[in-house]
Design a protein around this ligand. Structure first.
Ligand code: NDP
Length: 294
């Protein structure tokens, strides 16, 4: 029997823990606050931001939202971030991607105060993760680590293959999988679009993390018997005249081979959202010097 890992259930547990942290913080007179910043009129980005705001409300985090006109000079965005860095009611700052053309993405990431950088994309936080001393872990790979733990999958000593080398998923995921901390210690290979024979790598893997953004391209014949398959991809495709969401993994054929697999939707996605809340209460605890039960 293949274990279909229920990301919604694990995320609900994380949110419960976050709610307890919020209570502990409030007992110390601290209301954790997350600021989202949007400089875009892209409807998908608007949806993502409003989902994050709703998530905050549900666990008792104060959600603060700032819209920056997408025609404004980039400096307006940098100044907005600076003022949120200086705002004591704000413990986490998240600038929604993708950025409009005039904005320098790297400058945005550098401008967020590292102690409020709940996405963990600031170069200081990237460096700390690589050095094995993370302040915050980036939400998607951290969520995957928690999903694997919830499914009783310990990467130690296993062969892990990460498909994708992006800064937000592939690279930090690989770092966590081969890192020395709990949830790591796997022998880890990173594949990408120039990998000569992807299937040769995935077939060797005990754990496959698919984060390429290519609909259903990891098929059952590319997996070893009993592999654990984590599908990060979120791809919108047309099926029978309807728009639907699929992952990077062909679920049905992969399920034939896998011992455990995450579905899309309902796998990694809810975990990414939950870990943002986790990082926000962690940031508030650090700032206020309150021990939160994470
Ligand atoms: P990026 O586009 O930034 O990176 C994709 C990576 O996959 C690149 O490293 C690319 O290689 C590699 N790649 C692309 N095509 C292939 C291929 N045919 N074979 C092997 N490798 C390939 O994507 P992200 O990392 O931001 O996101 C990946 C997917 O995960 C997307 O579908 C995204 O929507 C989803 N996502 C889901 C989240 C969630 O919470 N569930 C969170 C974040 C992302 P190269 O470097 O050579 O170009």
């Amino acid at each position: 029997m293949t274990d279909v890992i229920d990301g919604n259930a694990v995320a609900a547990d994380i949110r419960e823990g976050v709610t307890e942290c919020v209570d502990v913080l409030e007992d110390s007179g601290v209301r954790p606050g997350l600021a989202t910043v949007l400089m875009s009129d892209d409807p998908a980005s608007e949806t993502y931001v409003s989902m994050k705001q709703r998530d905050c409300e549900e666990v008792g985090i104060e959600g603060i939202h700032v819209d920056v006109d997408n025609d404004a000079p980039a400096q307006e965005l940098y100044d907005t971030i600076e003022s949120l860095n200086d705002d004591d009611a704000v413990h986490g700052v998240l600038v929604q991607k993708p950025f409009v053309d005039q904005v320098d993405e790297r400058r945005v990431l550098r401008t967020i105060d590292p102690v409020k950088d709940v996405d963990a994309f600031h170069p200081e936080n990237v460096g700390r993760l690589v050095a094995g001393d993370p302040l915050f872990k980036p939400c998607t790979p951290h969520g995957i680590q928690r999903l694997l733990a919830a499914a009783d999958v310990d990467p130690e000593g296993k062969e892990a293959v990460v498909v994708g080398r992006s800064d937000i998923v592939g690279k930090p995921m690989a770092n966590m999988l081969f890192g020395r901390d709990e949830g790591g210690n796997a022998t880890t290979t990173v594949c990408h679009s120039r990998t000569a024979d992807l299937a040769e790598h995935t077939r060797r893997a005990d754990i496959v993390v698919a984060a390429a953004g290519v609909p259903e391209f990891i098929t059952g014949d590319m997996l070893s018997e009993g592999a654990v398959v984590v599908d990060v991809g979120i791809n919108r495709v047309e099926r029978n005249g309807e728009s639907t969401l699929v992952g990077d993994v062909a679920f049905e054929s992969a399920k034939e081979k896998a011992s455990a697999i995450t579905p899309v939707p309902g796998g990694v996605g809810p975990m990414t959202r939950a870990m943002l809340l986790y990082n926000t209460v962690k940031a508030a605890g650090l700032e206020a010097d309150v021990d939160v039960p994470l």
